[in-house]
Design a protein around this ligand. Sequence first.
Ligand code: NAG
Ligand code: NAG
Length: 389
Amino acid sequence: MKRSLRFPLVLLVLVAGALSCRSVGLRGKIPGPLYDAGDVEAVNETLFLLSAEEPGAAELQQNVADLLSANLESIDIAGGRYREISLWRSGAMPGGRSRSLGSLRFPARPGHPEHGRVLPEFRRLLTDWFRNRRQFRQEVMSELVDRIKRPVDRSYGHPDTGRPYATCAVVGNSGILLKAEHGDLIDGHDLVIRLNNARIAGYQRHVGAKTSLSFINSNVLRSCAVRDGCFCHPYGDFVPIVFYLCQPAHFVEYLVCNSTHKSPLLVTDGRLDTLCARIVKYYSLKLFVEETGKPPAMWGKFHDVEMFHYSSGMQAVVLALGMCDKVSVFGFGKSPEAKHHYHTNQKAELGLHDYPAEYEFYRDLVERPQAIPFLRGAGIKVPSVSFYN
Ligand SMILES: *[C@@H]1O[C@H](CO)[C@@H](O)[C@H](O)[C@H]1NC(C)=O
Ligand SMILES: *[C@@H]1O[C@H](CO)[C@@H](O)[C@H](O)[C@H]1NC(C)=O
């Protein structure tokens, strides 16, 4: 199969595999029409429809239903230094015993949310997110300036223009960053997005020093929540954080962290999560058919369907598409002589992500964005996108 010469690297690496999300998602309606008049890049409708299938959908629905009917217990741990919040589903076990759906122990500090306030907030957040998660609406792309850029600008005291950033850099975590010195180039962008709290100290020549937005998954948020002051700010207390939800129960971590946070802590819209899940599934199906010659229905036999999930980097790129006029991407890609992550000694990725599929998506973004079915009708002008090796 053909691969672009401009993109000799086949695999992508961005995030610590151990921190990756499990598959979440639901089916939704397919909006029409799929084709713009005169569009030469035909979308394969079979693959488009199949991309809506998410094997973990029923489990997710059950998980959310359980959480919505759960009771919450908030207790001070003896000694007074820690508090614990637990979610229980009563009568869910044989013999009518309660089942624990999640718990979080965190350093007790004044200002942490009180029992009475947490449960209704938790339910409201989860209900909203899940309602959105069940929808396929690519129009969410046109709302990202309002939903993410505006709060970020307000927190920095920047003028609220309602316009996209002129230039954005998305900085991934691949070891290929160490092969070049793009630090100044990266810092020259209006918005610099970094992923999953990757360290920059000691690497500034390669990765830059500026961070405008920290993008993390909720497993990272969870590890922050158990630290004093919900420490999640390797880039400074005032850098806004956007996270996506790996597990619905992580809204507890969100509430704990949000109550002490100095900068905005924003959760991605469930519709954006669904959009990203479908894009990656579509490209994964497409690659599978091209590479194996097998029918797309067999895709599930060759992938860990329950664990399959887009990478954090992929969603950060999609987020940037909705908020920026021009997007530069750094530190995405793998090469035999480069480390997996520039800042860790992690050897390899767990197989949760289909990086070659994400790479095909990026290649279309750069070379022929009109071929990406999911960005049609999104209500945005797709920015020009460049990848730096
Ligand atoms: C779409 O992909 C499927 C699976 O590869 C293939 O069987 C079908 O012919 C394709 N349809 C079009 C219109 O190209
Ligand atoms: C999170 O914190 C901000 C700032 O204090 C507040 O405006 C917002 O309502 C909080 N969100 C939730 C869900 O509590």
